[in-house]
Ligand binder design. Structure first.
Ligand SMILES: Nc1ncnc2c1ncn2[C@@H]1O[C@H](COP(=O)(O)OP(=O)(O)O)[C@@H](O)[C@H]1O
Ligand SMILES: [Mg+2]
Length: 382
């Protein structure tokens, strides 16, 4: 996006690096371009360097190397209060003795701005706090207090709003409601939002673009759809949703252009993978398939949308979740894989544990990852 004069105000991090005094490199050669006006999520497990990255953008931490630009303005060494950036933290500190309106007006009043009440009125409306304006923070719910923290940042009209796990303290139901609310506010004000979270569902539902971070580096960046359907690493495949990863040997490439495919021998069965989803140069790889793409049928009955096909699997477990059922399948080569089946009712019941089943998936959904990567990377403990 660009301004009337054609200049963009995108946020650009180039070669950004942070080594703490104890020698630990929390962020390593980070390159990111965040388009002006976008809702961008930085997603990764605890300790991967998300907060460190935000603190460098806010000017609260000095980078060891690299630069930070907003448009063509270099803000790498700018004082925090001079940056067109505001941060909303999980542990927002509201002034307990001030009303909600006074909390929101605090910043602009201190700077001696005019029309502060009118500005606050507008922001309180935007954040749906008008009716709470004369209350004290202690009289508000957690979700409302979080909205006050947001209002207090928005009234400063930053170009970039940094949100560091802002919904982390809220319970699940409120969290989901606030996700929708935050997204609406971002669309209304059109500012660049950089939202940090360890919750993959939160990142996927809110953001236009998600960058998946692990151990101080960005593993992959893209739309939620791109990341989910075409993960490039085992970490992304496991951290964003779930994946079955099965050892395979690359046999060769066939076709060209968009039709190019790679043939892989998977424990004696040849499967086909679109070349656009092949992310290894090696002769060995992990064949990846999402559990909901795995179709099963009791042995001998036809499969709905047959593709690459395996017989001789056995159902070893099932959990009925109402909307769907999760099956554990023991494959003939001794590995357990997972299948999520939508409960459309067509089956008229569950497939009993112990049933021998045929297994199939459409080849266009499979992907191939590098075998040197840990197949367990990114799996979250529950
Ligand atoms: N001041 C510090 N000194 C040394 N190590 C730190 C400091 N702050 C954070 N770290 C370490 O840097 C890593 C990244 O931290 P952080 O950016 O807070 O991660 P996240 O926000 O993704 O959980 C962690 O391993 C953390 O322990
Ligand atoms: Mg953090």
């Amino acid at each position: 996006m660009s301004l009337a004069d054609g200049r963009t105000r995108d946020l650009r991090l180039a070669g950004l690096h942070k080594q703490y005094p104890n020698g630990f490199a929390a962020v390593q050669s980070l390159d990111l371009e965040i388009p002006q006006g976008s809702f961008f999520a930085l997603l990764g497990p605890s300790g991967c360097g998300k907060t460190t990255t935000l603190r460098m953008v806010a000017g609260l931490e000095v980078p060891t190397a690299g630069t930070i630009h907003i448009g063509d303005q270099d803000i790498t060494h700018e004082k925090p209060y001079k940056r067109p950036v505001n941060t909303v933290f999980q542990n927002y500190a509201l002034f307990p003795h001030l009303t909600i309106a006074e909390n929101v007006e605090f910043g602009p009043r201190r700077r001696g701005e005019k029309d502060v009440s009118a500005q606050a009125k507008e922001i309180l409306e935007l954040t749906e706090l008008t009716e709470q304006a004369s209350k004290k923070p202690a009289q508000l719910s957690g979700g409302q207090q979080q909205r006050v923290a947001l209002a207090r940042a928005l009234i400063n009209r930053p170009e970039v709003l940094l949100l560091d796990e802002p919904l982390g303290a809220l319970d699940l139901k409120l969290r989901r409601a606030m996700q929708i609310e935050l997204k609406r506010i971002q669309e209304e004000v059109g500012l660049t939002f950089v939202h940090v979270t360890h919750d993959q569902e939160e990142a996927m539902t809110m953001a236009d673009t998600v960058a998946v971070m692990n151990l101080g580096v960005i593993e992959q960046m893209g739309t939620p759809y791109e990341l989910y359907t075409n993960p490039r690493t085992t970490f992304v495949a496991n951290f964003l949703g779930r994946s079955n990863l099965i050892k395979g040997t690359v046999l060769g490439r066939e076709g060209s252009g968009a039709d190019a495919v790679v043939k892989v021998d998977m424990h004696g069965t040849v499967v086909t993978i679109s070349a656009a989803r092949v992310h290894t140069e090696s002769s060995e790889g992990w064949v990846g398939i999402r559990p909901e793409k795995v179709l099963i049928q009791p042995e001998g009955t036809p499969i709905d949308a047959p593709g690459d096909h395996f017989s001789g699997a056995v159902v070893t477990g099932s959990s009925y979740i109402g909307v769907s059922t999760e099956y554990e399948l023991l494959m003939p080569w001794g590995q357990e894989i997972t299948c999520f089946e939508q409960n459309t009712g067509r089956r008229g019941g569950l497939v009993p544990v112990g049933t021998r089943v045929d297994v199939s998936w459409r080849p266009e959904f499979a992907f191939l990852l590098d075998s040197s990567q840990d197949a367990e990377a990114g799996i979250q403990e529950t």
